[in-house]
Design a protein around this ligand. Structure first.
Ligand SMILES: CCC1=C(C)/C(=C/C2=NC(=C\c3[nH]c(/C=C4\NC(=O)[C@H](C)[C@H]4CC)c(C)c3CCC(=O)O)/C(CCC(=O)O)=C2C)NC1=O
Length: 161
């Protein structure tokens, strides 16, 4: 896993150079948003179950996926879906704190699309649910932190698509 600091430093280390102005600005931007990130992470942790629940209500409930024959039908599969959404929320929060998406590649997206395809988990509905989590989260943490979280929710959606 990388973060905003190690990714900048690594890219200069391989060239054997000191950071340039652009790199310094990138780090300044990251440090300046440190408190915002930590505060957002704390609000998200305290409300994680509610965020997932509201996102499901907005996007999946009473749709084809929850009806007989749908991929979320049966309590086992419903629970698996809720658990997956909680993974996406938790790992997006980690990535937002780190300011870097690499943890999503390593821990979440690696092999996920293949798993979903082999189990018939609909990617389109999953993306809708992640987009609903993005809206619900932004409503809770505010526009700036919401936008930053949105980067990582969107990253998961593009990784699945
Ligand atoms: C931390 C990284 C990580 C991820 C991301 C992960 C995902 C993941 N989701 C799975 C299943 C599943 N995922 C879903 C999800 C859904 N079905 C729908 O219709 C909805 C649209 C959607 C929820 C948004 C369902 C229903 C299953 C069970 C499918 C089945 O067994 O038939 C499985 C197969 C194994 C299992 O059932 O546990 C994996 C590996 N596991 C991990 O360790």
């Amino acid at each position: 896993m990388q973060d905003a600091i190690t990714s900048v430093i690594n890219s200069f280390d391989v060239q054997g150079k000191y950071l340039d102005g652009e790199a310094i600005d990138k780090l300044k931007g990251y440090f300046a948003t440190g408190e915002l990130r930590v505060r957002a992470a704390s609000v998200i942790s305290a409300n994680a179950a509610a965020i997932v629940k509201e996102a499901v209500a907005k996007s999946l409930l009473y749709s084809d996926v929850t009806r007989p024959g749908g991929n979320m039908y049966t309590t086992r599969r419903y629970a698996a879906c809720i658990r997956d959404l909680d993974y996406y929320l938790r790992y997006s929060t980690y990535a937002m704190l780190a300011g870097d998406p690499s943890i999503l590649d390593e821990r979440v997206l690696n092999g996920l699309k293949e798993t979903y395809n082999s189990l018939g988990v609909p990617i389109g509905s999953t993306v809708q649910a992640i987009q609903a989590m993005k809206e619900v989260t932004a409503g809770l943490v505010g526009a700036d932190a919401g936008q930053e979280m949105g980067v990582y929710f969107d990253y998961i959606c593009s990784g699945l698509s």
